[in-house]
Design a protein around this ligand. Structure first.
Ligand code: SF4
Length: 221
């Protein structure tokens, strides 16, 4: 099958933007829009890893009602954080990481979240996906957050041909027009959660199917 042409990304983005209005906005995006707090973006993104979006939304709301800043979070015990974010995946590990992050932010950064990917990657529990999301959603700065949905869909489209999300991020940094860097995560996460599923994507009613060679898709509906 032929991979999509590079210029076709513009048409795909236009179509996905139209569809996006009908989908549930990802939980971390809603949090970033409501509070404009890089700290909440960082912590909710950690909660969201391997966790359903509905759980991320409710767990984050409970935690931030108790402590919404690094200053206040540093005094909440890991056990209490774990209870507040349960049933998020790996909630006990995440609780320890969240407390540690809050303490380090206060000790080393005056309670503020740093706005560089390199600095963020120095925190235990923060990977490239989280760091990029903090930089883009928390600070409105350029970055490309590649999670499992972005990685899978870009490969199905043939826009990239990569083995890991990190490789996908690097290829996207080289070829995706900068005006789409921030929104590509939102569009493809929502698309992946609502339409282009990991198993059995809804190809027969897909608005962008004419651009998609469905690379690696074995079963669809
Ligand atoms: Fe995903 Fe199928 Fe649409 Fe391609 S045609 S983007 S695989 S739902």
């Amino acid at each position: 099958m032929l991979a999509m042409e590079a210029h076709e990304i513009h048409s795909i983005i236009v179509l996905l933007r139209e569809e996006y209005r009908t989908w549930q906005t990802p939980a971390v995006t809603i949090i970033s829009q409501c509070d404009h707090s890089p700290f909440k973006v960082l912590i909710s993104c950690i909660i969201s890893l391997r966790t359903k979006d509905e759980v991320t939304a409710t767990a984050s709301a409970r935690l931030f009602a108790r402590a919404g800043t690094a200053e206040s979070m540093q005094y909440v015990t890991a056990d209490e954080i774990a209870g507040l974010i349960y049933p998020a995946g790996f909630y006990r590990n995440k609780a320890r990481q969240i407390r540690e992050i809050a303490q380090r932010l206060v000790a080393d950064y005056g309670g503020n979240v740093p706005d560089s990917i390199e600095e963020l990657l120095r925190f235990n529990g923060v990977g490239r996906k989280t760091a990029n999301l903090v930089v883009t959603l928390g600070f409105g700065q350029p970055g490309i957050c590649v999670d499992t949905h972005v990685h899978r869909i870009c490969n199905r489209l043939g826009y990239v041909s990569t083995k890991t999300p990190q490789d996908t991020e690097m290829v996207l940094r080289a070829k995706l027009p900068p005006e789409y860097w921030i929104e590509i995560n939102d569009l493809l996460v929502a698309f992946g959660q609502n339409h282009c599923f990991p198993q059995s994507p809804r190809c027969t009613i897909c608005r962008i199917s004419s651009f998609c060679p469905r690379i690696g898709v074995e079963r669809f509906r």
